[in-house]
Design a protein around this ligand. Structure first.
Ligand SMILES: C[S@@+](CC[C@H](N)C(=O)[O-])C[C@H]1O[C@@H](n2cnc3c(N)ncnc32)[C@H](O)[C@@H]1O
Length: 285
């Protein structure tokens, strides 16, 4: 059996559809796991072993979805969001006090990204004594990650970019871990959502998308370009006109989408949904 046949076989058996993931990424994980198991074993023999050993298969499968993340990952992006972008979005909302600030962190791993967002929003609103409603949703494919996220308990490695002031204000030390305080924990909802599924353009829990900001950082690079295009189309449909999309530092928007999102900062990968071509986009994407 070749690795291509193997990918096809497991995609027929279970979600997500691995045929939409980059083959070189799957190959890399496969080689790492094979070498870890036995550096001398051939590809064919390891494939056979994977087929017959559910426990090795589940380890291999988990490695396909690495949950590497940390609070304030890519510090410059968060500086920009905290000092410039969120204040602008919130000020715009003050003109329309009935609406709430809606944020989606897609591929949120163990929750570091949506909790960082909640801390920044909470801090800003408290400092200026502003009251607005917010809805922050973290979604991931992995239920293991989501269970960890709901606990809000982190190893020191995850908080290495957190300042002492924020740590003292929003975390409590629990033995050798740090737990997010309930006021932040309660601001974030989590649910399972496969970005590759084709039945919906947003998680069911969001009821109607209408997001002001969507984060999808360090997720798109796993996928083949057709899948990336489908996911970006979902985001386009899920954002309010003028809504914001935040990508990872190493991720570039495909050319086909440059008329739908325009980059608003040359250094950090933050894009605004284009309102001028809103109608045209529905025909094109
Ligand atoms: C490297 S983490 C990124 C975490 C966070 N966004 C960040 O930048 O720090 C990638 C996450 O994408 C999730 N993921 C992979 N495939 C997915 C899919 N098809 N749908 C939703 N999430 C997926 C993985 O489970 C993992 O938690």
């Amino acid at each position: 059996m070749t690795i291509g046949e193997f990918i096809l076989k497991i995609s027929q058996k279970q979600e997500p559809d691995l045929t939409k993931y980059s083959e070189s990424f799957i190959q890399k994980v496969f080689t790492e796991r094979r070498t870890n198991h036995n550096p001398k074993i051939s590809n064919e023999a390891y494939l056979e072993y994977l087929n017959q050993n559910p426990s090795e298969f589940s380890i291999f499968f988990r490695h396909l979805f690495p949950n590497v993340s940390n609070f304030y990952r890519d510090r410059l992006t968060w500086e920009y969001l905290a000092k410039i972008l969120f204040p602008q979005v919130i000020q715009n909302m003050l003109d329309n006090p009935t609406s709430s600030l809606r944020i989606w962190s897609a591929g949120c791993a163990r929750g570091e990204e949506p909790y960082t967002t909640a801390i920044i929003i909470k801090h800003y609103l408290e400092t200026l004594n502003i009251k607005i409603r917010s809805y922050i949703l973290g979604t991931d494919l992995s239920n293991y990650n989501l269970t960890q996220a709901r606990k809000g308990l982190y190893h020191i490695e995850s908080i290495k970019e957190v300042t002492l002031k924020i740590l003292n204000r929003y975390f409590s030390k629990v033995q050798d871990h740090y737990k997010i305080n309930p006021e932040i924990l309660d601001m974030v909802k989590f649910s399972n959502y496969d970005l590759l599924e084709e039945k919906s353009f947003a998680p069911q829990d969001s009821i109607f998308a209408g997001f002001n900001v969507i984060f999808c950082r360090n997720v798109l690079y796993y996928f083949k370009s057709e899948a990336v295009n489908n996911i970006l189309t979902k985001f386009y449909k899920s954002l309010v006109p003028g809504g914001i999309l935040v990508l990872g530092n190493a991720e570039l928007l495909p050319e086909d989408f440059e008329h739908l999102f325009h980059r608003i900062n040359p250094i950090v990968p933050v894009y605004k949904k284009s309102t001028a071509v809103y109608k045209r986009s529905h025909r094109n994407v």
